[in-house]
Every structure is written in structure tokens, then in C-alpha cells.
Design a protein around this ligand. Structure first.
Ligand SMILES: *Cc1c(COP(=O)(O)O)cnc(C)c1O
Length: 401
């Protein structure tokens, strides 16, 4: 499958991946497309977040939670045997080693702490396969908040273990019976529920999507990935900065957090999407869940269902900042099939002793393909974010292998 975009020279960056323009605009994307009551609630989250993010007390409290609860900083692991086989120098940023096993904890701890600061006592979240729901339930338990998680009925049937985990952590899981009874409908339902609960509840969105300020707030909470990796690369690499920075893209939060650490460098940024959920590579302009971005749509503009073996990449769109980075030519978005991702997962397991999440395996699958077809020049240094561990995917893999 050929990539949609060609490289352009990296643009000199000053402002890229800083604050969005007024009303949360990234180029023509973003915004706050929500009912009036939610516009007000978003305005409040925006104000509080700006204050908190400028407050050393808040930053310090979050850094401490990330250290003592989530296990940060995560290591940068040279993938020695795989690098040798591929002819590139591959380094893995190990988000799989965080508490709960993926980068999602970075965002939920940030938002839970913000909710506490705002005097909210409950978190509302949507979840697809349950990963963001489990992370939210975890952060809520840690900070003594309640959690209400909306989940499509079909997903509840498919993900019984994660439903149990959330309940074990004290969260309420609310089945959503509308539409396709999956993530898209759970998100709509969570937003609807928030309308009537803005006084005591914070809506904790799981990726760089939704109405302003969520896309850039979530990116800022995930920036810790890129900032840590930047420092680790400076210590590890002769050039200080890798030639390529690669991450998988569902809504785009682990990629945005990683890219943010390198936006002002010459590193080439690559976002890897699932072939069946390629919002950035194949989506069209639309509005969904409060923001203007690129979404998979049919000819009537109806949002179509995404399909990926990796539950976290099963979102029919992409965050507005990624759409903008694509237009700027600052980042490039490529796609990988289910089969390629499964092959990459096995390869990483056998070469490095790491079983990756199938989402993260997409990023690796592109590295493997690109090293093979010369798209990644021999000898390149590559930083790849390993967004999560594969424990949740072993039963899927067992069926296939
Ligand atoms: C949820 C998830 C993703 C996709 O979400 P982004 O917002 O695109 O980062 C990727 N990897 C893992 C392990 C996940 O759990």
C-alpha cells in the first residue's frame, strides 16, 4: 500500500505544536462544535487547564503522580537485534512499562488532577475496548473520584475482562444501546450525559479529539513522552536527535505527545494508522464529537465504521492537529494492515523479548516495511513509541498464530 503523502522539507517550526489559534484551531481543523451548555463547560476546562499548566504546584503534583504511581520516566530501549536485521538504529520509547501498560495513564492522571482542582467529584469517560475506561477508573480510584464509563453494548460483550476490571476499580459501566453499540456511540452518549452533569463532573476524553481544549490539553498531558524521549535521545545519540520519529495513530494522542518533543527539530515525523481506520491518510473533512477534522465517511457524509485488529486504532477519525500537521507536510501518515501488524508483533517478541500491543505493532510494521523498501534509508536512527504492552492482545494473537 503506497503512502498518501510525499515528504516535504521540514518547515521551520517556531510555533508548531504550541498553543492552537483562537478557539482551538489547528489550521482549518479543531474548534468547539458542541451544544451551548457544553461550550460553556469546555470554556471552563480551558481556563482551568491554562491556569493549572502555568502553575508549578500543579505541574509538580502531576510529575510526582507520574513518578510514584505510573512509573515514569519510562526507559528508551535500543532494539539491538532487530536494528541489526533491519539495517537501521531503532530505539523504543517504552510506554508499555507504565502502570496499566500504556500511555493512556499519562492523560488520565492529568485530567483527574485537573478535575480535583476544579472541585469535580466524578469523571465521565467513553471507552471502546475498555483501555481508556480502565485507565480512567484507575486514576479516579487513586484520587478518590467516582467514575462513570460509557461503553457500547457490543463492546461490553466482547471485552468482559475489562468491564470487570473497571468495576473492580469501583467504576460504574453504563451500556450504550444506540447505533452500532460501539465506541462512536459511547462517545456521543458520554457527551450527552455530560450536558446534564457539568456542575459536578469532568468529561475525561481519551485522545487528542473532541471539542477545544481537549485536543491540545491531551497532547500537553502526553508531551511527557516526547520530552523524556528528547532528553534520552540527546544522551544516547551522537546526533542528539533521531532522523525519524514514529508512532501509531488511533485518535493520535501517543503520536501527538511524542511528536511534540521533536516538532522543533529536523526529525521526520511519521504517524502510522490502521488500514481500516486511516482518518489522516484517507479521511475527509467533517465534524464529529465536537471537532472539525478528518473522518472516514460514505458518499452521503455519514461516518463509517472503522475496522482494525487493534481496538485502540478503531476510531473513524483523527485528531485535528494531526490533520493540520499532515496539511503542513510536517508529519506524514501511512497505513499498515492487520496482517503486517501481527507479523511485526511476533518479530518484536522474538528479536527483543517484548510483546507489544497490536496498536504499537502497527508503528513497528511500518518501520520494518520502510527499512525493507528503502523508504527508511539504511543507517537511519529511528525513535518509535511503543505505546502499550501486548498482554491484552494475547488471546487475539493465539487465535491467529
Ligand atoms: C488507545 C491506544 C492507542 C491509540 O490511541 P492514541 O490516542 O492514538 O494514542 C495506541 N496504543 C495503545 C496501546 C492504546 O491503548
Amino acid at each position: 500500500m503506497r503512502d498518501v503523502l510525499q515528504w516535504r522539507e521540514p518547515v521551520p517550526l517556531g510555533g508548531t505544536m504550541g498553543e492552537p489559534r483562537a478557539r482551538g484551531r489547528f489550521g482549518e481543523y479543531g474548534g468547539r462544535y458542541a451544544p451551548e451548555s457544553l461550550v460553556e463547560a469546555c470554556r471552563e476546562v480551558d481556563e482551568e487547564f491554562r491556569e493549572a499548566w502555568a502553575d508549578p504546584g500543579f505541574r509538580g503534583a502531576l510529575a510526582r503522580l507520574l513518578a510514584v504511581h505510573a512509573g515514569r520516566p519510562t526507559p528508551l530501549t535500543p532494539a539491538g537485534r532487530l536494528s541489526e536485521a533491519l539495517g537501521v538504529r531503532l530505539y523504543l520509547k517504552r510506554e508499555d512499562l507504565t502502570h496499566t501498560g500504556s500511555h493512556k495513564i499519562n492523560n488520565v492522571l492529568g485530567q483527574a488532577l485537573l478535575a480535583t482542582r476544579m472541585g469535580r467529584r466524578r469523571l465521565i469517560a467513553e471507552t471502546g475496548a475498555g483501555q481508556h475506561g480502565v485507565a480512567t477508573a484507575t486514576a479516579a480510584a487513586l484520587l478518590g473520584l467516582e467514575a462513570t464509563v460509557f461503553m457500547g453494548e457490543r463492546d461490553i460483550e466482547r471485552q468482559a475482562l475489562n468491564v470487570f476490571r473497571m468495576r473492580m476499580l469501583g467504576a460504574e459501566v453504563v451500556p450504550v444501546t444506540t447505533g452500532s453499540r460501539t465506541l462512536k456511540d459511547a462517545t456521543s452518549e458520554a457527551m450527552r450525559h455530560w450536558v446534564g452533569a457539568t456542575g459536578d463532573s469532568h468529561y475525561c476524553i481519551g485522545s487528542v479529539i473532541g471539542p477545544d481544549p481537549y485536543p491540545w490539553m491531551v497532547r500537553e498531558f502526553q508531551r511527557v513522552i516526547g520530552d523524556e524521549a528528547r532528553g534520552q535521545c540527546a544522551a544516547e545519540l551522537r546526533t542528539g536527535v533521531p532522523d525519524y520519529v514514529v508512532a501509531c495513530v488511533g485518535g493520535g494522542s501517543n503520536a501527538a505527545g511524542t511528536f511534540a518533543g521533536f516538532a522543533d527539530t529536523p526529525a521526520r515525523l511519521v504517524g502510522v494508522e490502521a488500514a481500516g481506520g486511516a482518518g489522516a491518510a484517507r479521511g475527509r473533512l467533517g465534524v464529529l464529537h465536537g471537532c472539525r477534522s478528518l473522518f472516514l465517511q460514505d458518499d452521503d457524509g455519514q461516518i463509517t465504521q472503522a475496522h482494525s485488529i487493534a481496538a485502540g486504532l478503531d476510531y473513524p477519525g483523527v485528531g485535528p492537529e494531526h490533520a493540520h500537521l499532515r496539511d503542513l507536510g510536517r508529519a506524514r501518515y501511512v497505513t499498515v494492515t492487520d496482517d503486517e501488524a501481527v507479523g511485526a508483533a511476533v518479530r518484536l517478541a522474538r528479536a527483543e523479548g517484548i510483546v507489544p500491543a497490536l496498536e504499537s505493532a502497527h508503528a513497528l510494521a511500518w518501520v520494518i516495511r520502510a527499512a525493507g523498501d528503502g523508504d527508511l534509508p539504511a543507517g537511519s536512527t529511528v525513535l518509535m513509541t511503543l505505546s502499550g504492552r501486548g498482554d491484552k492482545d494475547v488471546s487475539t494473537l493465539k487465535e491467529l498464530l
